[in-house]
Design a protein around this ligand. Structure first.
Ligand code: AMP
Length: 226
């Protein structure tokens, strides 16, 4: 039985950071569709070429392209124990596609972690976010600054501001979230999968709440079979 968990929430709420930490705690890989698209764009692949305009404008890449990419990636051996999904699904059709992909493997979603924060907090987090060129490690100018300004602590590569974290695009991304993605909150609540998490707390507190909510405390985690 594999453990499949979705992170849901507005852009900039800290899903990426928490998905990364949870993946480490559970020993399960995480998959972030935004990171995959950015990687494809950086490598100038055909898929990257298709996705670039959508990312630049802060709108969703087509479901067809996105679902095909996720389906293909999830076939990798590293996801056989399950996956922590960040940024997918982002609308009802993607949610249905995800059910289908998991069902084909005899699996289902275990939980949907809905991370919440007020619009002010989200805008502050997005505008202070910096990302490393080499591997996409996340920083924040105020809340988790790098040890050396402008350089990633982990691989030393340059930190940059995502194009879509600029104010003009942020507004569009929040609008897209409201229209397309937020209906999934009710969808998953009705299915009894939704776990609400206060994303305004500091990173370690949110992490702890998530582990608690999943009924896995940090201390007894090694004994838990996932
Ligand atoms: P993120 O890093 O999750 O904020 O995603 C950055 C951008 O990648 C989004 O604004 C979309 O253009 C695209 N993207 C990421 N995930 C998806 C998805 N599930 N469906 C469609 N587009 C996506």
């Amino acid at each position: 039985m594999s453990v499949n968990i979705v992170f849901l929430g507005p852009p900039g709420v800290g899903k990426g950071t928490q998905a990364h930490l949870l993946a480490k705690s559970l020993g399960i890989h995480h998959l972030a569709t935004g990171d995959l698209f950015r990687e494809e764009i950086k490598n100038q692949t055909e898929l990257g070429r298709k996705a670039k305009n959508y990312l630049d404008q802060g709108v969703l890449v087509s479901d067809e392209v996105t679902v095909a990419m996720v389906r293909e990636r999830l076939q990798g051996d590293q996801y056989q124990k399950g996956v922590i999904l960040d940024g997918f699904p982002r609308n009802r059709d993607q949610a249905a596609a995800l059910d289908g992909i998991l069902a084909q493997r005899g699996n289902a979603l275990r939980a949907v972690l809905f991370v919440k924060a007020s619009p002010q907090v989200i805008i502050e987090r997005l505008s202070g976010r910096r990302v490393c060129r080499a591997a996409g490690h996340n920083y924040h100018l105020l809340y988790s600054p790098p040890r050396v300004e402008g350089k990633c602590d982990i691989d030393g590569s340059e930190l940059y501001q995502r194009d879509d974290d600029r104010p003009e695009v942020i507004a569009r991304r929040i609008e897209v979230y409201r229209e397309s993605t937020s209906p999934l909150i009710e969808h998953y609540r009705q299915r009894g999968l939704l776990v609400e998490i206060d994303g305004e707390q500091p990173i370690p507190v949110v992490q702890e709440k998530i582990l608690e909510a999943l009924a896995i405390s940090v201390n007894d985690f090694p004994k838990v079979q996932v």
